[in-house]
Design a protein around this ligand. Sequence first.
Ligand code: ZN
Length: 224
Amino acid sequence: MTYVSCWRDGSETGLPSGKAVCVGRNYAEHAKELNNPIPSSPILFIKPKTALVNLEQAIVIPDGYGACHHEAEIAVLISQRIKNNTPQEVQKKIGGYGVGLDLTLRDLQSELKEKGHPWEVAKSFDGACPLSGFVKGSDIESPESLGVILQVNDIEKQKGNVTQMLYPVNDLIAYMSRFFTLEPGDIVMTGTPAGVAALNNGDRLRLRLCHQGSAVFAVSTVVA
Ligand code: ZN
């Protein structure tokens, strides 16, 4: 099924389905938990549109590749073309904010990293980017206070806030746009806070986008 981006009320955004541009290690605590050094510039990678799925669908873990980790992240929906823009220009081209998972086949990724090979397949497989509905940018008063919380089976596993990011959202998107033109409908994944762990069959996930202390919304999903 082709992914169609939606607003939080379930109505379609009308934007085409595109790629997700993602960043590795945008929270220092997460870099530390995987024994990775803090990067001197953002580590970017892309998930193709075939990786995008609705978060409220059951997550399917690819069979036979070891642990599949959850990485809960704030997701940004792009509404206008961004190429070589300043962070100030970027803000006007954000359609909305949501939450998503950067699913990662961690064992496979580690194996590929050890060999010095690209780890594309560990992060960009079909269904590797489940996304929530988006809250319109115009409804978010202060994007600089957004946060994400992930509960797995009612236990809080990940909690992060944009203030903890090594590269703030608009700076990050401006940097991304030097290499990759962002088009309407594209998604930006802004990196995961500490607490990543393997998913298991039957896990219930609840993700929240937090805004000024209160949760804007929550979504649940079941790992099948
Ligand atoms: Zn990630």
